[in-house]
Design a protein around this ligand. Sequence first.
Ligand code: ATP
Length: 322
Amino acid sequence: MSDLLHVRDLHVTYRTDEGPLSAVRGIDLRVGRGEVLGIAGESGCGKSTLASTVLRLQPASADVTGAVLFDGADVLTMRWGDLRAVRWAGASIVFQGALHSLNPVRRVGVQIGEPIRVHEPEVGDDEVDARVTDLLEQVGLPAARAAAYPHQLSGGQRQRVMIAMALACRPDLVVADEPTTALDVMVQAQVLDLLSGLVRDLGVGMVVISHDLSVLADVCDRIAVMYAGRVVEQGPADEVFGRALHPYAAALSAAFPRVGDPASRYAPAGLPGDPPDPRESVAGCSFAPRCARAVERCRSEEPPLEEHLPGRTAACWRIGEP
Ligand SMILES: Nc1ncnc2c1ncn2[C@@H]1O[C@H](COP(=O)(O)OP(=O)(O)OP(=O)(O)O)[C@@H](O)[C@H]1O
């Protein structure tokens, strides 16, 4: 059986006034039905670029090569009519900042029903209402909340409404880009638990993107850690989080948010320096300048992403070396 989503050797380069900016540099990923894949990495490593390109929502200034196979069909080259069908019935996306994208003057029930009205015009009003009630129930909100306006809901409840909207057209794949960043840690965990539970129950696939590996570790089956536009480690969530192979993934594992210091969530603890400028090409491993374990080879040759343990890949020359 083919994967639900198969991203193959994806490269995304933005054309900018200061020259080409390489945001995604050769990514391979697979997501099956009922599977939750987490994508972690610091701000600027290319997570959002990857998420938007998967649904071909990247800006016109982006040059893309590679393939994004959705049920075997390439999203990047398919006709617009097919793409439209994939975007709603096939895949849906919960964007970063989605909390603010609800219309403040419309009742949330109407907003949840909107994708159904637009994309399934044959569905009658009563059935739309019934589906909205079911969706609210699935995301743990009482049916009566359909009549509420967004400002009458808490942040966590609004995020549940966004999830209900994302599920409204019964997608096969949900892409959630930092779906919970604006919420406090407890509510984040609840919302992500809900999302991943629904994914498993409904047998759909999900890609969740976050800079916070600890948030992902609880809800994902597998995690891919990105650094400077590449995946540097991928494997089962608990193993990547607890026993990372790649030094960057290990630093990200050790980082956890310090209460009252939002900046601490973006910078892995104890990791000096910054990621490389994506406009400049780096010889060797792009993490080498920040890596305590780097040796001469790391600065001259880029390590490939290779399997080091069953089901676990990492891109580092030093794995297994003393
Ligand atoms: N439209 C654009 N035009 C030019 N450069 C862009 C554009 N969008 C993103 N970039 C650049 O591409 C790189 C990757 O950005 P991206 O937003 O994908 O990273 P990210 O990991 O999602 O970061 P964050 O967590 O801050 O959203 C960054 O250097 C960013 O400045």
